[in-house]
Design a protein around this ligand. Structure first.
Ligand SMILES: NC(=O)c1ccc[n+]([C@@H]2O[C@H](COP(=O)([O-])OP(=O)(O)OC[C@H]3O[C@@H](n4cnc5c(N)ncnc54)[C@H](O)[C@@H]3O)[C@@H](O)[C@H]2O)c1
Length: 435
């Protein structure tokens, strides 16, 4: 079918209102996408509550937001909430593979200028971002970014736009890291909100999300039964606590390794056996890393594991298990399923390596919509707070470009500490909306 091979960039498409200010794979998929969005709304009560709270008023009137995030049903609920609160939005995808085409179509059909499709090329990716910012008669005054690409594109191509931009909301570890670098270099010229490290986002992304998705990831890849299995969890931080709680609840015998005395104490007090990895490595059925550290599971550990031991990572991208050490001639790799490899020793022993040591839950299961709802609500409340600051008469006195963190996040009536500069004064004069 030639039509599906044509790049969306070369297609003439219009929504039912006659607008062609968007670029998606196929606008005709809008109805299907709308159903996906309606399902997501059910699990995003905080965003829906924000819409209700505004009660038809437009607290974000005047906000012109350019966004760059994964385009999924959950993002659609976020964008439609921003729209319902009075903001104008233009949106591109932050990842070339993650766009749900039907959701992008539904957004374009309801009037959002969306520029994204699944399987963009590198060139398409930047073209889409450019189409969001380089528009006749429209200039963004806020940025909502995931990863920092949009922010950096504007810095590179349209630095003058920052004269009108009031703030950046950034949700990812990488994006926040890039903002801190800009700030350090004295190049950050507007305030930036670090959503990544807000308490609500961290709790949901790390603790609660992992508590749910560890079992999902293990089950989908191995069909294993958890009851009675011996599991060692390396690291008892937020992610480790979530994994341990889920496995304990399923009847597994859970051991914990830690290097931090407080976290170790917490593991003990929660009823887990604190061990050294070497002590249990021969007997356990599952090894899970959640430390954020590197080479926590070494080739030596892998050599000593028992037959059929499952090894996986829930912590930092792909550094925790020394997978490279398994790529040696004496070991045979057998792909048994997508994301599941058997690594076989000369004596026939095999271990089950999941997702090649990359994040198990992100590679092999889904992230609950509710978790994304919390992150999205944190973002909206930042923009809402920022908008109020923007409208406040003393705005000019209190803002100093910096990357700021809101410790209380979406909680009720917390002062916008960061934006007010902490010790720079005026703390407590302003509150963010109650969810
Ligand atoms: N899979 C996911 O969905 C997901 C979600 C959020 C975060 N993460 C990642 O998971 C990692 C951990 O996040 P967190 O919030 O739990 O961090 P955290 O700092 O709360 O916990 C990490 C714990 O590991 C311990 N540790 C460090 N090195 C160790 C070692 N060699 N042996 C045993 N324990 C060790 C630390 O003392 C700490 O208590 C981070 O890299 C984070 O980016 C993954």
């Amino acid at each position: 079918n030639t039509n599906s091979r044509t790049s969306p960039r070369d297609k003439q498409q219009k929504n039912s209102k006659g607008s062609s200010d968007f670029c998606v794979k196929n606008i005709k998929q809008a109805e299907f996408g709308r159903r996906e969005i309606e399902i997501a709304e059910q699990e995003m009560p905080a965003l829906m509550a924000l819409r209700k709270r505004a009660q038809g008023e437009k607290p974000l009137a005047g906000a012109k937001i350019v966004g760059c995030t994964h385009i999924t049903a959950q993002t659609a609920v976020l964008m439609e909430t921003l729209g319902a609160l009075g903001a104008q939005c233009r949106w591109a995808a932050c990842n070339i593979y993650s766009t749900l085409n039907e959701v992008a179509a539904a957004l374009a059909e309801s009037g959002f200028p969306v520029f994204a499709w699944k399987g963009e090329s590198e060139d398409d990716f930047w073209w889409c971002i450019d189409r969001c910012v380089n528009v006749e008669g429209w200039q963004p005054n806020m940025i909502l970014d995931d990863g920092g690409d949009l922010t950096h594109w504007i810095y590179k191509k349209y630095p003058n736009m920052f004269k009108k931009i009031k703030g950046i909301v950034e949700e990812s570890v990488t994006g926040v890291h890039r903002l801190y670098q800009l700030s350090k270099a004295g190049k950050l010229c507007v305030p930036a909100m670090n959503v990544n490290d807000s308490v609500t986002k961290q709790k949901f992304d790390n603790l609660y999300c992992c508590r749910e998705s560890i079992l999902d990831g293990l089950k989908r890849t191995t069909d294993m039964m958890f009851g009675g299995k011996q599991v060692v969890v390396c690291g008892y931080g937020e992610v480790g606590k979530g994994c341990c709680a889920a496995l304990k609840a399923m009847g597994s015998i859970v051991y914990v390794t830690e290097i931090d005395p407080i976290c170790a104490l917490q593991a003990c007090m929660d009823g887990f056996r604190l061990v050294k990895l070497n002590e249990v490595i021969r007997q356990v059925d599952i090894v899970i890393t959640c430390t954020g550290n590197k080479n926590v599971v070494t080739r030596e550990h892998l050599d000593r594991m028992k037959n059929s031991c499952i090894v996986c990572n829930m912590g930092h991208s792909n550094t925790e298990i020394d997978v490279a050490s398994l790529r040696t001639p004496e070991l045979t790799w057998e792909r048994v399923r997508s994301q599941v490899d058997h690594v076989i020793w000369p004596d026939g022993k095999r271990i089950v390596l999941l997702a090649e040591g990359r994040l198990l839950n992100l590679s092999c299961s889904t992230v609950p919509t509710f978790v994304l709802s919390i992150t999205a609500t944190t973002q909206v409340s930042r923009i809402w707070g920022e908008q109020e600051v923007y409208l406040a008469p003393w705005y000019m006195q209190v803002t100093q470009p910096d990357v700021v963190l809101f410790p209380g996040s979406v909680s009720v009536g917390k002062p916008v500490w960061g934006l007010l500069g902490g010790s720079r004064g005026n703390e407590g004069d302003l509150t963010v909306p109650t969810i």
